[in-house]
Design a protein around this ligand. Structure first.
Ligand code: SUG
Length: 442
């Protein structure tokens, strides 16, 4: 039996609002506001507990060490840890910008950590994980190496799992992970994979053009490479373009304007450039069991979709086969977003408070990586990452012990924050039985 596990990113102790993501409206709007890392981590854990209470598979991925002193040293800041932080905070040219980008807790959004192809869908029968290089945003590109290490520590058995290297190079193979990936499945047929992208690195430009106002992060070339690495049947891999108008309205990832699960796809009409052709192809591949629910601009303006994040929900299959939606509370507060969700063909809609993450543009769907595992595959994981009440309670106590409840840009220069983070993460790797995955442990 295969089951989907949602691997949520535990929010790190340096969660803050640094305004780092141009094209992500929430990140821009909240730049400079004080953050509450403790509340952020507890909101994330409350979501994990809630999803687990629905009898849906739940697991956890650890935060990354921040500030990344290795990055700062590679950028030429020298001396003791204290000196490196102090020098990066007082750079004559960029002031504290390099410290900010090295301190981001963005690894919490594990939808961007990797793209996963389950063993059932890969030619060699193994589960494939492609860690995302995240080269479109400097602060996020720092995640790839640690992500690969963490995934290799968890999915260590080479007979069942392959954790690939992140895609090589700079911007040509820019990859944002599962935030642009959707797997659809109906009984009696193999799965279909959508690998969406926003721009083209080589060759012919797309007919629909590319976004003008905001950057498109993922390339078509990266999406094709992911399908090859995941050994997906080429006849069941589709490569839709993200709608340029969607990106220009702030839908920097597909999961801001579309979410799919099983036989159901919820999407905005401006999610993909060629919606009609895409839906026709999906019906062909999945039969008329496939259902798409499209929100038009008149029903739900892009601005509402981007502000209230109804599509950035988790669409989950419950043990009885029905589906439920786990949405952010912001979608309940927007009448059009709410009415879209509540008219979806699902058994129920739940709203959760994830405001600390939402203010950086990360809703329920951003916070989790979906990994389908058979019972044998699950049994092959030695790390203690699967949710149970004991682990949840332990992680909550760990957060209470180590996290601050207020963090501003200025605090990032405080070397005590670095020391607190090291102590916390060192303890966490023992709780999760991950071994030595951080630079400071090597
Ligand atoms: O990459 N925000 C993240 C949000 C990622 C959301 N993920 C998905 N849609 N799957 C990003 O833009 C903001 C950090 C800051 O500004 O402090 C940030 O990185």
């Amino acid at each position: 039996m295969a089951r989907e596990y949602n691997f949520d990113g535990l929010v790190g102790p340096t969660h803050n609002y640094a305004g780092l993501s141009f094209g992500n409206v929430a990140s821009q709007e909240h730049a400079g506001q004080p953050a509450d890392p403790r509340a952020a981590a507890l909101q994330g854990l409350a979501k994990m507990r809630f999803v687990a209470s629905l009898a849906v598979g739940q697991a956890v991925l650890p935060p990354h060490e921040r500030p990344s002193l290795r990055t700062l040293r590679r950028l030429g800041f020298r001396g003791s840890d204290e000196e490196v932080i102090a020098r990066a905070a007082a750079d004559p040219e960029l002031r504290d910008h390099l410290l900010r980008i090295s301190s981001s807790a963005a690894a919490m959004w594990t939808a961007n950590a990797a793209t996963c192809v389950p063993g059932t869908d890969a030619e060699d029968g193994r589960l494939h994980l492609m860690p995302a290089n995240l080269t479109a945003m400097f602060h996020r590109s720092l995640e790839a190496e640690t992500t690969a290490r963490v995934l290799r520590a968890i999915f260590a058995d080479p007979r069942r799992f392959e954790v690939h290297d992140p895609l090589p190079g700079g911007t040509h193979f820019a990859d944002e992970g599962a935030a642009n990936h959707t797997r659809l499945l109906v009984p009696g047929r193999p799965a279909v994979h959508l690998f969406a992208w926003g721009r083209v690195a080589f060759g012919e430009q797309p007919r629909a053009g590319e976004s003008q106002r905001y950057p498109a992060r993922q390339t078509r070339e990266a999406s094709h490479a992911l399908a090859r690495l995941g050994q997906v049947d080429p006849a069941r891999a589709l490569f839709p373009q993200q709608h340029p108008e969607g990106i220009d309205a702030g839908a920097f990832h597909t999961d801001v304007v579309a979410v799919g699960n099983g036989h159901l796809l919820l999407l905005h009409e401006k999610a993909f450039a060629e919606t009609d052709a895409l839906l026709k192809k999906l019906r062909e591949l999945l039969s008329d069991q496939f259902i798409a629910k499209v929100a038009t601009e008149a029903q739900l303006p892009l601005a509402s979709a981007v502000a209230a994040y109804p599509f950035n929900s988790q669409l989950l299959t419950l043990p009885d086969g029905s589906m439920t939606i786990v949405a952010p509370v912001e979608s309940r507060e927007d009448p059009r977003a709410r009415s879209f969700l509540e008219s979806a063909p699902v058994a129920s809609v739940h709203y959760l408070d994830l405001r600390e993450s939402m203010q950086n543009g990360g809703g329920p769907a951003c916070l989790r990586q979906r990994i389908v595992l058979s019972d044998e595959e699950r049994a092959a994981v030695g790390a203690r990452v699967f949710w149970d009440e004991e682990l949840g309670a332990e992680l909550e106590r760990w957060v209470q012990r180590h996290y601050r409840d207020r963090l501003t840009g200025k605090d990032l220069a405080d070397v005590r924050l670095w020391r607190e983070t090291l102590a916390a993460l060192d303890e966490l790797t023992r709780i999760l039985r991950l071994g030595s995955v951080y630079d400071f442990q090597r």
